[in-house]
Every structure is written in C-alpha cells, then in structure tokens.
Design a protein around this ligand. Structure first.
Ligand SMILES: C[S@@+](CC[C@H](N)C(=O)[O-])C[C@H]1O[C@@H](n2cnc3c(N)ncnc32)[C@H](O)[C@@H]1O
Length: 246
C-alpha cells in the first residue's frame, strides 16, 4: 500500500513546480486529449492514476466533473485493460453533449448535493472498493462538500482525490475562495483522522509534484477520536448529524 501521513501532520501545499514551468504545463494539460476527447489531466497525474488504478483495483470509479468525458473514458479504458471489472460513473451539472462511446454512466448531479444523485440512481450500492475523483467546481465550498460527503460514505482504505489545488500556484486562489487547498486544510483541522494524505501518490515524482497537492486521500479506519469534530463547538454541531461517521 502506498505510504501515507496522518492529517494531523498536514504538510505544506506547495507543489514541486515553478510558476514559469506551470504556465506552459497548464497550457498543455488544458489542451490534452485522449482518443480525441478533451481530458484535462496533467501528464504526471495521468501517470499517478495509472499506477493507482493498478495498485488499488477499485470496482467503482466515481468522477465528479465530467466536462466532455475524456477522463472518464480514460479511466474506463484503463480499468478494462487491467481487468478490474470496474463501473465508471461520472457526475456533472450537465452531461457531455456528445458522450464518448463506451460503458461510462454519465449522470446529472451537483457536488454540493450528492445525496440526491446517489439516491436517485442507487449509487450507494455500487461495488466496493470505490475510487472517487473530485474534479468539478474546485471552489472551497464544493471541495468541502465532497470531503464531508465522502467522509460519511467511503469505507476505510478507499480513496478520494481532490483535484487541482495547484490553482493556488497559478494565482487563482481568490477566484475559488481558497479552492481545494483551503478546503483540505480546514477539513483536516475539523476531522484530523478521517483521511490520510497518500504521500506515495502525491510524491511519486517529487514532493507534491502533482496538480493535486495533498489531494490523494485515503479514508482511515474509524477511531473514537475521529467520530466527532476536533473542537467543542464543532462537536456539538457533529452530534446533530445522524449519519456522521468516524
Ligand atoms: C475541470 S472540468 C472536468 C474535467 C474532466 N474531469 C476531465 O479531466 O476531462 C469541471 C467540470 O465540473 C463541472 N461542474 C462545475 N460545478 C459543478 C458542480 N457544482 N457539481 C458538479 N459538476 C460541476 C463543470 O460543468 C465541468 O464540466
């Protein structure tokens, strides 16, 4: 299993990339296509995902943020090549206008209201283990909503990837209200033991040499200290949520 650090020891979010390098790298990543379909992943993260899919062998890959379906198609094809027998579900506010051919289930849904789409389409019963890739709005509130939802619904050992914290180093934090990095940092203050940062993936090519700094997260086993938030005020709030899980 890839190495991990507990969230209580949250590391800096700075990536291994210089700003100069990132500008060109970002242009390439945003114009990348897979089988002719836009697939907005950085090449390093594509390599990390290939390795991750082989190591983790998810039976369900849940992507939030389909765009034109390129990354979902890539996940589908790699999972098929690895004979994982995995279902790929990709959720977006709007389904791709021209969904790529294949077995990906494209569904309409909002990252801030995942209960609705999961209930409507029976997603809670999808085969385990799950890999979840959050690649939708990238705002602070969207990322936090995904972290909270999957804290409740992932099982120990399953992975959640919060994508694109790199936007901070592209000077875009304000546009996203702090974006993924602020959401992960705040979430870990509140729930220090809910997830571990999987350094084996984040640091595969150098410390946080990824578009998803500290964003490859593994759901930790339940522990008493993780069953309630970390400060008294929030502990009170936590008791009001019947589905909150450690
Ligand atoms: C970065 S693109 C996804 C890229 C795609 N995963 C890929 O790698 O090719 C972000 C997508 O998130 C969708 N999105 C934005 N806000 C959303 C929300 N609140 N819930 C679900 N999807 C959302 C947008 O419609 C857009 O298609």
């Amino acid at each position: 299993m890839a190495e991990a650090v507990a969230g209580g020891d949250m590391r800096p979010f700075q990536t291994a990339f210089s700003r100069e390098f990132l500008e060109a790298y970002q242009r390439g990543s945003l114009s990348y296509t897979y089988k002719g379909v836009p697939c907005l992943k950085s090449p390093i993260d594509l390599a990390i995902y290939l390795s991750l899919l082989w190591n983790e062998k998810p039976r369900t890959i849940l992507e939030i943020g389909s765009k034109e379906g390129g990354s979902a198609l890539l996940f589908h094809d790699v999972a098929a090549a690895f004979e994982l027998g995995a279902t790929v579900v990709s959720i977006d506010l709007e389904k791709p206008a021209n969904p790529p051919p294949g077995d990906v289930r494209f569904l309409e849904g909002d990252v801030t209201n995942l209960d609705a789409v999961f209930e409507e389409h029976g997603l809670f019963s999808l085969p385990r283990p799950w890999l979840v890739v959050e690649d939708s709005a990238h705002t602070y509130s969207a990322c936090l909503a995904a972290l909270e939802f999957f804290r409740r619904h992932l099982r120990p050992g399953e992975l959640l990837v919060i994508e694109d914290g790199v936007l901070a180093e592209l000077g875009l934090s304000e546009d996203y209200d702090g974006g993924p990095n602020r959401a992960i940092a705040d979430f870990f203050v509140r729930w220090p033991r809910a997830f571990e940062v999987v350094t084996g993936y984040c640091d595969m090519f150098g410390t946080n040499a990824t578009y998803n700094p500290n964003g490859y997260l593994r759901r930790s086993p339940p522990a008493s200290s993780d069953s309630t938030p970390s400060d008294p005020e929030r502990r009170t709030a936590g008791r009001r949520r019947p589905h909150a899980r450690g």
